[in-house]
Design a protein around this ligand. Structure first.
Ligand SMILES: [Zn+2]
Length: 212
């Protein structure tokens, strides 16, 4: 049974997810911790729950999702893992952070391992990588079929969708990703987005103004 915990970090109010298994192994997704307090909050949770992070994944590489890459990678001795198509976004994160006036420690050079169709094991369960571009050029989402939940990055929000005005964004591509990768999932699938509260596929199918 995978357990899910999340934090809301940094000035962009980004959701950082920790998925953990009964054996104590954990996956950190989109570490957005920015301040020392936020870093401490993350460590404290993992220590308290006796969890050992074994992988560090980015759904996509906008700065609010990678602020904590350097810290988490170093502290836990992990490699950052992304989809190869997000490298260009990661390369821009540092200059974007200066543009926004929020300097950051650059992410370590990542491994390009998050390819669609690959399964990521966690305890007795696994997460499936879905390719869901549109908000950024090569966003991925993580789907746990057994437990019926989805880590959606900035693709789909509660009654909203990700912005498409940043470099590599495309509205038609985003809507296609949601329809073809998400709306084929069962209605009761829980959707955990990169910002804001969680929702379900069924709720968004019926109430999302961008998709009804
Ligand atoms: Zn984003």
């Amino acid at each position: 049974m995978i357990r899910l915990h999340y934090f809301t970090f940094n000035p962009f109010q980004e959701n950082t997810y920790i998925l953990s298994a009964e054996d104590g192994s954990a996956i950190v997704i989109d570490p957005g911790c920015y301040t020392e307090e936020e870093e401490q909050e993350l460590i404290t949770y993992l220590e308290k729950e006796h969890l050992k992070p074994v992988r560090l994944l980015n759904t996509h590489c906008h700065l609010d999702h990678v602020f904590g890459n350097a810290f988490v990678a170093k502290f836990y001795g992990l490699e950052v893992e992304i989809h190869p198509g997000e490298q260009i976004v990661l390369d821009q994160a540092l200059s974007m952070s200066h543009l926004y006036g929020i300097p950051m420690t650059p992410s370590p050079v990542p491994k390009h391992s998050l390819l669609p169709g690959i399964s990521i094991p966690l305890g007795d369960d696994q997460l499936e990588i879905l390719f869901t571009p549109g908000h950024s050029p090569a966003s991925i989402s993580l789907y746990c079929k057994n437990q019926g939940f989805l880590i959606a990055g900035d693709v789909l929000f509660q009654e909203s969708i990700g912005r498409t005005d940043l470099p590599g964004g495309n509205m038609a591509t985003l809507l296609k990703s949601i329809r073809e990768a998400f709306f084929v999932l069962p209605d009761d699938t829980l959707v955990y987005p990169g910002h804001g509260p969680h929702t379900t596929i069924g709720h968004e199918r019926r109430h999302n103004p961008f998709l009804t």
